[in-house]
Design a binder for this molecule. Structure first.
Ligand code: ADP
Length: 256
């Protein structure tokens, strides 16, 4: 029997099939129906693993949509799952920084990988993927283009952390003819300072593992590392860390 972890996030739904090693993984947009996205990711990951639905013993749900699927054998918070996934990939991890589509979190780990403490920003878009997407949209750029623009540019300092105010500020800067690269640098600087402020509220212990979709961008990784004055572990597939943690926790339960 295999274990499947399904992380139904605000933006993307990820599934990982595990039986002592990763057999398959898949991701679909969450869309308006988290239940449908969960099932879709579940079936796609099983297909990639080359196994049938009946082979899944433990099916562990995590993420904001974890309540939605009746197929789950258990549901575990994304804090616990991100900690477990990061500890598996980088056993020396003592802090996880996760930036998702609509929230960001900083999790402190004990040396054995269990959660010691965490802090989460899920009330506003500042410091999340949503903030970056909105700002990139104003510059008529994709997220990748935003980072290419910012790389090497002299960043302006944005005074607004709030997405709504920052949007007006960026529109004002463009109207004044400020170079797009400098504005892009300012936007990424804002994300880095927001994460720095969040991380300042709990003990920030090295080593730090950076998870979530945003960690796929190397320029943002470098900016956050620089702002924290620390080097970051960035897993090969950072967006799957929560789903992997869920699959691992299910796998461990199946061995009990
Ligand atoms: P959630 O679990 O909240 O759905 P994820 O961890 O799946 O969040 O990450 C989704 C975020 O990652 C989105 O804001 C998306 O724009 C961003 N993202 C996805 N791919 C990339 C990439 N290659 N570079 C930077 N950001 C990315």
């Amino acid at each position: 029997m295999v274990s499947v972890g399904i992380d139904i996030g605000s933006t993307a739904t990820k599934a990982v099939v595990f039986d002592g090693e990763i057999l398959g993984q898949a991701m679909v947009p969450t869309g308006w129906d988290p239940k449908e996205s969960g099932l879709h990711a579940f079936r796609a990951a099983l297909e990639k693993a080359g196994i049938t639905e009946g082979t899944a013993g433990q099916i562990v749900g995590t993420g904001y949509g974890r309540i939605s699927l009746p197929i789950f054998t258990s549901r575990i918070t994304e804090i616990t799952c991100h900690a477990r996934g990061a500890h598996h990939l980088h056993p020396d991890t003592r802090t996880v920084i996760d930036i998702g589509g609509q929230d960001s979190k900083v999790i402190s780990l004990n040396p054995d990988g269990s959660v010691a403490d965490f802090i989460m920003n899920d009330k506003c878009a500042a410091g999340t993927g949503r903030f970056l997407q909105v700002m990139a949209g104003i510059l008529d750029a994709s997220l990748e283009e935003l980072c290419i623009l910012a790389d090497g540019a002299d960043p302006v300092s944005l005074s607004s952390m709030c997405t709504v105010f920052a949007e007006s500020e960026v529109i004002g800067l463009l109207a004044r003819g400020i170079d797009k690269g400098s504005i892009a640098g300012g936007i990424i600087g804002t994300i880095a300072s927001r994460i720095n402020a969040l991380a300042g509220r709990i003990p920030l212990m090295e080593k730090i593992t950076f998870s979530g979709g945003i960690a796929q961008n190397s320029f943002i990784c470098r900016s956050i590392g620089k702002s924290l004055g620390a080097s970051l572990h960035v897993p090969t597939a950072p967006q799957y860390v929560g789903a992997l943690g869920a699959a691992l926790l299910g796998w461990e339960r199946s061995l009990d």
